[in-house]
Structure formats: structure tokens, C-alpha cells
Design a protein around this ligand. Structure first.
Ligand code: 13P
Length: 251
């Protein structure tokens, strides 16, 4: 059975001191959560946040990595560096990376393969722009992102991968996809996984929704058959909101 995941993506927010403070305030809520939980923090805060998380169920994640282990790649962070910091998850192919840093499906594919080789758990982001949604070609777009992003990745690796469907028009806009829209795409992604890897593997793969997820819409999103949690931006920066999100479904 798929265990839901609520993951926070802090993006480029929080100094080390602020990150430690927020993490400490998330520990009680993470301890009572019945879902899996993670926070993906800036590189600079990984070490200190990792210390705070020791012994807790809240997992540590990064927001990007380079596919090579080392070399002349100024400003980049390698999988070995993340391993050393005991990082569990790494977000790959976020739309902001694709949009502002020219990441392509090809580079995302290299990163996924590298993350898997190094024992990291990739959270692979896909999703369409407003323009594509309005043209009605969002499924073709996401299918392409997945076909290219997953090239060379074998079915036995799927259990280590989480997919996050994040429509760009819903990110940071307050405009959440309706639960029906989110479910339709997450179901489509699962069907596609089924065609690529077989029914069993597709049933086991965890698919998140991301884009303006808040305590007041998480319940409905999570009640959908094919939505196994959320990748949360803005609301993960508030201890109260993220605590509520981590405890979705709890009494
Ligand atoms: P918001 O929750 O701020 O819309 O961001 C979503 C996101 O991009 C998570 O990766």
C-alpha cells in the first residue's frame, strides 16, 4: 500500500538560524503525523536542520543536485555531498528549475538516475503552464516529461521515486487545481506508469499534488484515489500550517 507523503519545499527561504527555529517547531506535529513527512530545505541549512531532525520521523530533503559526483561545475552540489549530510529526499525537475535555470527533461533524467545510484529518493516534478492548460494539451505535455524523464529507469526503482504533479499555474498563485483536475492528471500519470512498468509497479508509485496546498484544501485533495500526498511551498514556511498539513486525516 502507498503511504502518503507530505513534503515541504522551502525554496529560497530561511537563513540557518531561521531554519533551525522552524524545524524545532515542526517536531511535535511530525511526531503525531500518520503520514510520512519531509522538509526540503536550502543547501546551506541542510547540516543544521539535519542535526535537529536526528531521531525524528521528519525526513530531510534537498531541492536540487548535480548528476556528477564531483568536478568543474561551479556553484553545484553533488549527490555525494547530499549523502554526507544524510539527506533522504531530493526534489528534481521543479518547474522553477526548468523555468529559471533551463533544466530540460534530459538533465532531469540524468539527475534522477544519479540520485537513484546514490541511494537518494527523488521527488520528480512535472506539470504544465497555464498556456498549455488553456490549449488543452496538458496530458501530452506531462506524458512527454515523464517519458523522457524516466528513460532508462527500471521498474524496480519505482518504489524509491515519488512523482509530484505541480501545474505551474497553481504554484504560489493561490489558485489550486480543483481536486478533480488534480485527480485527473494524477490518475493519468498512474495509467502511464502502468503502461511503462506494469500494473503492480504503477499501483505502488507515490504521486503527490503540489500548487497552493493549504490546510483548508488538503483534505479534499487527499481524499482522491490517485493523490498520495502533497508537495507544499508557501504553507510549509508556517509552523502552524505545515503542522496541520502533516496531521491531515488525524482526529
Ligand atoms: P506553493 O505551495 O507555494 O504554491 O508552491 C508549490 C510548489 O512549488 C512546491 O514545490
Amino acid at each position: 500500500m502507498r503511504k502518503p507523503l507530505i513534503a515541504g519545499n522551502w525554496k529560497m527561504n530561511k537563513t540557518i538560524a531561521e531554519a533551525v527555529e522552524l524545524t524545532e517547531s515542526l517536531l511535535p506535529g511530525a511526531a503525531s503525523a500518520t503520514v510520512e513527512t519531509a522538509i526540503c530545505v536550502p543547501f546551506t541549512a541542510l547540516q543544521e536542520v539535519g542535526r535537529v531532525l536526528e531521531g525524528s520521523s521528519l525526513a530531510l530533503g534537498a531541492q536540487n543536485m548535480h548528476e556528477e559526483e564531483s568536478g568543474a561545475y561551479t556553484g553545484e552540489i553533488s549527490p555525494l555531498m547530499l549523502n554526507e549530510l544524510k539527506v533522504t529526499y531530493v526534489i528534481l525537475g521543479h518547474s522553477e528549475r526548468r523555468m529559471y535555470f533551463a533544466e530540460t527533461d534530459r538533465t532531469v533524467n540524468g539527475k534522477i538516475r544519479s540520485a537513484l545510484r546514490h541511494g537518494l529518493r527523488p521527488i520528480v516534478c512535472v506539470g504544465e503552464s497555464l498556456e498549455i492548460r488553456e490549449a488543452g494539451t496538458q496530458k501530452d505535455w506531462v506524458k512527454d516529461q515523464i517519458l523522457q524523464g524516466f528513460e532508462g529507469i527500471s521498474g524496480d526503482m519505482l518504489e524509491r521515486i515519488t512523482i509530484a504533479y505541480e501545474p505551474i499555474w497553481a504554484i504560489g498563485t493561490g489558485r489550486t487545481a480543483s481536486s478533480a483536475q488534480a485527480e485527473e492528471m494524477c490518475g493519468f500519470i498512474r495509467d502511464l506508469m502502468g503502461r511503462m512498468y506494469g500494473e503492480n509497479a504503477a499501483c505502488g508509485v507515490r504521486i503527490l499534488y503540489g500548487g497552493s496546498v493549504k490546510p483548508d484544501n488538503i483534505g479534499e485533495l487527499m481524499s482522491m484515489d490517485n493523490i498520495d500526498g502533497a508537495l507544499v511551498g508557501g504553507a510549509s514556511l508556517s509552523a502552524a500550517d505545515f503542522t496541520a498539513l502533516m496531521n491531515v486525516g488525524a482526529e
